[in-house]
Design a protein around this ligand. Structure first.
Ligand SMILES: Cc1cc2nc3c(=O)[nH]c(=O)nc-3n(C[C@H](O)[C@H](O)[C@H](O)COP(=O)(O)OP(=O)(O)OC[C@H]3O[C@@H](n4cnc5c(N)ncnc54)[C@H](O)[C@@H]3O)c2cc1C
Length: 454
């Protein structure tokens, strides 16, 4: 038996009340994400179209939900664990992400010495777990440990880099300081002023990783895809309803990140924030030659709201920037094309020699945001667990949170779990409509102020 640890970190969260919750907003699916669309075709999904029973139900098959299900199966091999997703596994933010498996980032460095060290260690645990699973199951996801770069294009980014360097020094972390010429040698562009390369940091094709994780789940885990959960009921057990089926379980794990408020939970802690990515077509050998630099690299912007840039394994250029708030969990084509225009500006500023190279894909994905980048993690009510947040570190941190959520439910005490429970909580959000007004204003301001270094 899993024991209930009686550790309700979310005292502000009401028990499941009313006992029946209808879910009216489901994240929209689309065929725009280049990472997903360039993967091999999938066999048809198993949908939740009958009356199913399980010991544990997980909503969300991204990095959090997949890690949680895998760990539950490991801790309780005799149990049936069901994972339910509205789309294919990994097709949420997980497969749409830029693939930086983050453990040392500027926002972590700003958390203060003790918290930032703990945060780094928790991310690193997630990375180790992912590495082991990738190796054990031979998951092809372009796993690359050459090391990505923190790059500064503008004055603000350049001013922030020494702080990151001081933090790395305080932890005894290895790094390579790069001046403009050093960055140009790697990236082929003279756009950046300075940067820090982190040897051993990991880049992946995140959609391939998420799919590989889903395909290698233990036999006791059943994955229902293309099955949006439309209602959650609590009687003696939890009951999830989909369009044509239902699932009853003793315990429920919410791993829907930015969609958690749409499920009716963490409404005052997490809000959905879209960010956007574009991928070019693959560069020809002549274009690769003209670009120069290394064959594969990744760069995270040190400038606030700056662009994430990658040269991928298959020789495309990725640009990710800009944000948009909407609780509808969908963006229309006009918004997506606005983002593409901003990506184009960033692309041309860096790679004028490639001005004839068009984007083949532009997509949006939903982050779980909070004003202070805090973490939602814990038991909301008896048998009801949730993890959400992570901002730009969800590949590693989502994996860690999923594993530790299973540990929390199973009563598996550890220092690591204590560290997770001790991370800063999200600040409390105002109710709607004030949240919407504030979020749109803040995001608009950030997008506008970033135009120079985007
Ligand atoms: C463009 C972009 C770039 C990013 N780049 C990076 C990066 O480089 N590195 C990094 O670490 N992080 C990055 N992130 C953030 C990262 O993707 C997330 O933090 C992480 O994927 C969260 O994983 P998750 O499993 O918690 O959530 P998700 O992957 O969002 O999974 C939640 C799942 O819940 C499902 N769901 C929601 N509602 C329902 C419902 N009613 N019924 C059934 N299923 C439902 C969704 O379909 C979805 O699959 C990026 C995000 C975006 C959008």
């Amino acid at each position: 038996m899993l024991r209930s640890p009686g550790r309700q970190r979310f005292r502000y969260e009401l028990p499941l009340h009313p006992r029946h919750r209808r879910i009216r907003t489901i994240p929209a699916g689309d065929r725009h994400c280049g990472w997903i669309e360039t993967l091999p075709f999938l066999p048809p999904a198993r949908r939740l179209i009958s009356e199913e029973k399980a010991d544990c139900a997980v909503i969300g098959a991204g990095f959090t939900g997949l890690a949680c299900a895998r760990r539950l199966a490991e801790l309780r091999p005799g149990w049936r664990i069901a994972v339910v997703d509205a789309h294919r596994a990994g097709d949420g933010a997980s497969g749409r992400s830029s693939g930086f498996v983050v453990d040392r980032a500027h926002f972590i460095a700003r958390l203060g010495p003790e918290t930032s060290r703990r945060y780094r260690d928790l991310c690193r645990f997630g990375i180790d777990q992912l590495r082991q699973t990738v190796q054990r199951h031979g998951i092809g996801c372009d796993w690359d440990e050459t090391g990505w770069i923190h790059g500064a294009a503008g004055a603000e980014g350049a001013a922030a880099l020494p702080h990151l360097r001081a933090w790395l020094d305080s932890l005894g972390e290895p790094y390579e300081w790069l001046d403009a010429a050093g960055l140009e040698r790697i990236t082929g562009t003279a756009h950046y002023r300075a940067g820090i390369r982190l040897p051993g940091s990991v880049l992946v094709q995140a959609a391939a990783l998420a799919r590989g994780l889903a395909a290698s789940l233990p036999a006791s885990v059943v994955l229902f895809e293309e099955s949006p959960v439309r209602a959650i009921d609590r009687g003696d057990r939890f009951r999830l309803e989909t369009d044509a089926g239902s699932l009853e379980a003793d315990r429920l794990f919410l791993a829907a990140n930015g969609c958690t408020p749409a499920l009716g939970f963490l409404r005052r802690r997490v809000f959905p924030l879209f960010t956007f990515g574009s991928l070019t077509r693959p560069l020809t050998p002549a274009e690769q030659e003209a670009l120069g630099g290394e064959r594969e690299w990744g760069l995270l912007a040190e400038d606030p709201m700056g662009s994430t840039v990658r040269r991928t394994h298959d020789q495309r250029i990725l640009i990710r920037n800009s944000a948009h708030y909407t609780p509808r969990l969908a963006v229309d084509d006009a918004r997506r094309l606005d983002a593409r225009a901003l990506h184009r500006v960033a692309f041309l500023a860096r790679f004028p020699r490639l001005r004839h190279v068009e984007f083949e894909y532009t997509w949006g994905g939903i982050l779980g945001a909070s004003p202070n980048r805090g973490h939602s993690f814990g038991e909301l009510d008896e048998g009801l667990f949730a993890a959400a947040g992570y901002t730009g570190a969800g590949i590693a941190m989502g994996t860690t949170a999923g594993i530790l959520l299973a540990d929390l439910a199973a009563g598996e005490e550890s220092e690591r779990l204590e560290a997770m429970l001790g991370l800063p909580e999200p600040t409390r959000l105002p109710p709607q409509p004030f949240l919407g007004i504030g979020a749109r204003w803040q995001v608009g301001r950030m997008n506008a102020s970033a135009a120079e270094t985007m």
